[in-house]
Design a protein around this ligand. Structure first.
Ligand code: ADP
Length: 439
């Protein structure tokens, strides 16, 4: 390009020298200089015009050869044009592939702009969410998916990675799992998956466990009743007969089975209710004192109990479920703490939240077991659990009951030194009472 520029400069200079020479010869230098300038200007305008003509429709027209510096400008423009075409073709190919792959996705994908309006969606979104490109592009997603759980999720999706389950807007009895994923400049990608089959399977499993437990309850009550009667008779006999020991073992196992059935039914009932727990005002100090008395009975004087209960701190919730949480945690503390140990119950406000802490100086739990403790029938110390009449369901019940109160369970434990179970209730579940707010 530099060479062409130099040659153009030489050509222009030569034109003017020639014009000057002609001007001297004809004694009209200004006329010849003007003629030379006009000629050069027309030449450049002609080439610029051809370039513009070609650039208007480069696909249809050929760019002719230019001369001088225009040859370089034409070649560079053509080169740029070909590169841009190649890039465009590649991008179009990628876009087509992306469209084809998203169209093949079984999950609905919807792109939302910063205002929550729909800018694009795939084929599955039309089928699962009932979107239509004719009328729904540019609409706010909240106007189309109006379920209250989805609205609440939109307000707090940054903290909720698991998404939200909502009834399908197009399929009767269907369930969708919807997630919002932020990306780019405040844009969001909405992914919706049809989980109807999983939901039905889960319901079937839950119903089966609940029905089986329910069916087992009556025969077990009968068996246990007769065993109690037999046991009482054998105990009253002056000499213990050969059946005294087997009947005692049967009574113990029947009681355990009854407790398992009871816990399974409690769990099924907790899972069955979809709505969050009720919001009746609970007299927590009273509930905690009753649970503590029950734990002391279980301990039979073998442990030292410490209590730190804020008398003004109440809770909004369901009494039965909260009683079950406290009873299970205190019961475990007694069962997994050797005689002479200390059990502490604390109920206090911490950073606006209400916190329940049950600590013990017991056997502790290995770190690898802690994440799995709330699974049904998961036991860290199987022998001790069985020996003390454990069902392996206590912490699963605690977890479910707490979830229904939007509360979180944390477990701190060190083997040989003891454990602390912490239940953290959000501020909405423990409003400041009138007297405490006055104070
Ligand atoms: P279980 O009826 O077996 O006690 P849970 O669901 O209540 O069932 O507890 C699950 C397991 O967690 C128990 O088997 C036990 O190994 C462990 N665990 C629960 N609480 C404590 C505790 N306070 N100290 C030590 N281990 C505990």
């Amino acid at each position: 390009m530099k060479g062409l520029l130099r040659a153009e400069g030489v050509r222009t200079a030569l034109t003017y020298i020639l014009a000057l020479a002609m001007g001297q010869l004809w004694d009209a230098p200004w006329l010849w200089l003007t003629l030379a300038s006009t000629g050069l200007l027309c030449l450049h305008l002609y080439y610029a015009g051809r370039l513009m003509h070609w650039a208007a429709e480069p696909k249809k027209r050929d760019l002719p050869d230019g001369s001088g510096i225009w040859r370089g400008i034409y070649a560079a423009s053509l080169n740029r044009y070909r590169q841009a075409r190649k890039r465009k073709k590649r991008l179009a190919g990628m876009l087509a592939e992306f469209r084809a792959s998203t169209a093949a996705l079984p999950d609905a994908a919807v792109v939302l702009d910063p205002q929550g309006q729909i800018s694009w969606f795939n084929g599955a979104a039309a089928a699962l969410l009932g979107l239509s490109s004719g009328k729904d592009l540019g609409q706010r997603i909240n106007n189309l998916l109006r379920h209250p759980d989805f609205t609440a999720y939109c307000a707090s999706f940054a903290e909720r990675r698991e998404g939200v389950e909502i009834p399908s807007p197009v399929m009767e009895g269907g369930t969708l799992l919807v997630r919002l994923i932020p990306y780019g400049r405040q844009q969001r990608l909405l992914i919706a998956r049809d989980i109807t089959v999983f939901k039905r399977l889960e319901e079937t499993r839950r119903d089966f466990v609940a029905n089986a437990s329910h069916e087992l309850r009556t025969p077990l009550t009968v068996v246990r009743g007769y065993l109690e009667m037999m046991g009482d008779e054998l105990d009253a006999a002056p000499v213990p007969g050969k059946w005294a020991e087997p009947v005692r073992a049967m009574r113990k196992q029947a009681a355990r089975m009854q407790q398992i059935v009871h816990d399974l039914l409690t769990l099924a009932a907790l899972e069955d209710v979809r709505r969050p727990a009720a919001k009746e005002v609970l007299d927590m100090p009273q509930i905690l004192l009753e649970a503590l008395q029950e734990a002391q009975r279980l301990s039979d004087g073998e442990h030292r109990f410490v209590q730190e209960i804020e008398p003004e701190l109440n809770l909004y919730g369901t009494a039965g479920e909260i009683r079950s949480v406290v009873a299970n945690l205190l019961g475990n503390a007694v069962r997994y703490t050797p005689a002479g140990g200390t059990i502490t119950l604390q109920w206090e406000r911490c950073d606006g939240q209400a916190v329940l802490r049950v600590s013990d100086s017991g056997i502790g739990i290995p770190a690898r077991d802690i994440p799995r403790l709330t699974e049904r029938f998961y036991r860290s110390d199987v022998a001790r659990s069985r020996e003390t009449g454990g069902t392996g369901l206590g912490l699963a019940i605690v977890k479910h009951a707490l979830e229904r109160h939007q509360a979180e369970l944390r477990i701190d434990s060190t083997v040989g030194r003891g454990s602390t179970f912490i239940c953290i209730f959000p501020a909405v579940r423990s409003p400041l009472s009138e007297s405490s707010s006055r104070a």
